[in-house]
Design a protein around this ligand. Sequence first.
Ligand SMILES: CC(C)(COP(=O)(O)OP(=O)(O)OC[C@H]1O[C@@H](n2cnc3c(N)ncnc32)[C@H](O)[C@@H]1OP(=O)(O)O)[C@@H](O)C(=O)NCCC(=O)NCCS
Length: 131
Amino acid sequence: MSDSSAPSQPQGELVIRTIAMPADTNSNGDMFGGWMVSQMDLGGAIYARNVSRSRITTVAIDAMTFIHPVYVGDIVSCHAALLKVGRTSIRIEVEAWAQRAKGGEHVHVTKGTFTYVAIDDAGRPQPVHRT
Ligand SMILES: CC(C)(COP(=O)(O)OP(=O)(O)OC[C@H]1O[C@@H](n2cnc3c(N)ncnc32)[C@H](O)[C@@H]1OP(=O)(O)O)[C@@H](O)C(=O)NCCC(=O)NCCS
């Protein structure tokens, strides 16, 4: 089902850009949802690391919405925007867009909220030193 509240262009900073490859397809021949989540998690982590300037780890992924399928050959981009900086956590909205291999149309395909925690060398939460 399409999302009428979806923005008409990407919101936030470009953090990942890649091509959807056949190895990551589901049984329908479209891109596997887990691959999309993985790209978005990587993109959100890049953004969170730049905010915290420390190691971070993913603590939660919420409100994932798969709006449209992604096809092999699409150029997939992830865009991240800061929602909230807590004491040790950083919440980020991540959108994924696909530029269709056929026709070049840009489509908002997926969105979700990713929460990361700044951690020390032992993996314990530490305060975010916001830049
Ligand atoms: C992330 C981790 C270090 C947090 O440790 P913890 O002892 O639970 O830490 P805390 O309870 O102090 O919570 C730390 C922060 O995370 C937030 N948090 C914890 N669970 C959360 C959840 N489910 N959703 C959103 N935020 C959450 C807390 O609110 C807190 O934020 P704040 O300091 O900004 O207020 C620990 O849970 C962990 O190592 N998890 C595994 C992470 C991992 O392997 N990720 C990769 C997945 S494959």
